[in-house]
Design a protein around this ligand. Structure first.
Ligand SMILES: *Cc1c(COP(=O)(O)O)cnc(C)c1O
Length: 372
């Protein structure tokens, strides 16, 4: 690692453990897709993909072609899905790298068929059905005709059919049940057209944990694989180990006088003479600026209030009376130190966001220390 007083520690053993725990919730034979998009939610796509496969993941998924290329270039040969349809101009990359796109438009299906026919290849794809999220996918009522018409094109073959839930973590949700119903109606209609839907999948982490009836042939887990809960509702259902800790080291300690301010705008002022420690990470590392004066860090096993604005490359924390801190001491932004912990969820809540976004943000610039 290039020396720096801030890094993300990634526990690859936790990733493998979480895959095993999630797989244990599914029937024997249910495929497990490890979702490693967005650089594995900031955890590092290549090492996480390998750890997930070691833990028993059957397939991988990313969002974009460049994410897929990173894995292929690193020598990852596992079945690799694209969770969204790439531009038609990328069909040669899909074929050359053996990627499994989700198809949502006829235009892309036609382009993929042409490209496959040109090189005499056979391209597999999955059909994404929109059952109520209204994001991507062919509308449920159009899915059967869409699949049937694509079925007439040479060089491409439907390997699977899927949907995505909008409210899987909300208990007893009517919209969730409607999505399941619409999905099953679409599957039935596809079969009636004489097309096999192939591998059927729908469940994200929340549905994998809470709704076994939606496991079908494969589950697609992202957040839970990183040891983060998709919502408060899933917490008691599965024991997960958070894979990411964010750590830093104190780079400066100073005494300031009563009334002195700290950081841009001097938004925080010392109410009494106090000690302030500087940590060399900031919003360009994922410590969102909105967390200014709203978060804590751990120093010497104690919670310390972060003070003043979060800057691009540094944050400051007030050292509580009685705690002695020196340059080089470990500081924990997310994780455990002594008997104290700060979770990704705590930080996300303080930032007005979710653990998903918080973890992604820590992937921006921090180097990663991989722990096996
Ligand atoms: C990101 C994503 C997932 C994973 O969702 P988690 O809530 O992180 O488990 C699954 N399916 C699709 C289509 C996705 O985009």
């Amino acid at each position: 690692m290039i020396p720096r007083y801030a890094h993300a520690e990634i526990d690859l053993g936790a990733i493998a453990h979480n895959v095993r725990s999630l797989k244990a919730l599914t029937r024997n034979g249910t495929l497990f897709m490890a979702v490693v998009k967005a650089d594995a939610y900031g955890h590092g796509a290549v090492p996480v993909a390998r750890a997930a496969l070691a833990g028993g993941a059957d397939r991988l998924a990313v969002a974009t072609i460049s994410e897929a290329l990173e894995l292929r270039e690193a020598g990852v040969t596992a079945t690799l899905h694209l969770l969204q349809e790439p531009p038609p101009s990328s069909t040669h990359l899909v074929l050359e790298n053996d990627l499994l796109p989700m198809v949502t438009t006829r235009e892309f299906g036609v382009a993929l068929s042409r490209a496959a026919a040109q090189v005499g290849a056979r391209a597999l794809y999955h059909l994404k059905v929109d059952t109520g999220m209204n994001r991507i996918g062919v509308r449920a009522e159009d899915a059967a005709e869409f699949a049937s018409r694509l079925g007439d094109l040479p060089g491409i073959e439907l390997e699977g059919t899927c949907t995505h839930f909008a409210t899987a973590e909300q208990p007893g949700d009517w919209d969730f049940e409607r999505q399941v119903e619409r999905f099953e109606e679409a599957l039935e209609a596809i079969r009636t057209e004489g097309v096999s839907p192939g591998i059927v999948h729908a469940a994200n982490s929340a549905a994998t944990i809470l709704h076994s009836k939606t496991h079908y042939d494969m589950v697609r887990c992202g957040i839970a694989m990183y040891g983060l809960q998709p919502g408060a509702t899933t917490r008691d259902h599965v024991a997960l180990r958070p894979a990411m800790q964010v750590k830093s080291r104190v780079c400066l300690v100073k005494r300031i006088q009563m009334g002195e301010g700290v950081s841009y705008g001097l938004t925080w002022r010392a109410a009494a003479p106090t000690t302030v420690a500087t940590l060399p990470l900031g919003y360009a590392d994922g410590v969102h600026r909105i967390l200014s004066n709203k978060m804590s860090v751990l120093l010497g096993g104690r919670r310390c209030q972060q003070v003043g604005r979060v800057t691009m490359d540094q944050i400051m924390a007030e050292v509580p009376r009685g705690l002695s801190v020196t340059v080089g001491d470990e500081a924990v932004i997310v994780g455990t130190q002594g008997n104290e912990s700060i979770t990704m969820e705590e930080l996300a809540e303080a930032a007005g966001t979710i653990n998903y976004e918080m973890a992604c943000a820590f992937g921006m610039r921090l180097e990663r220390e991989l722990i096996q």
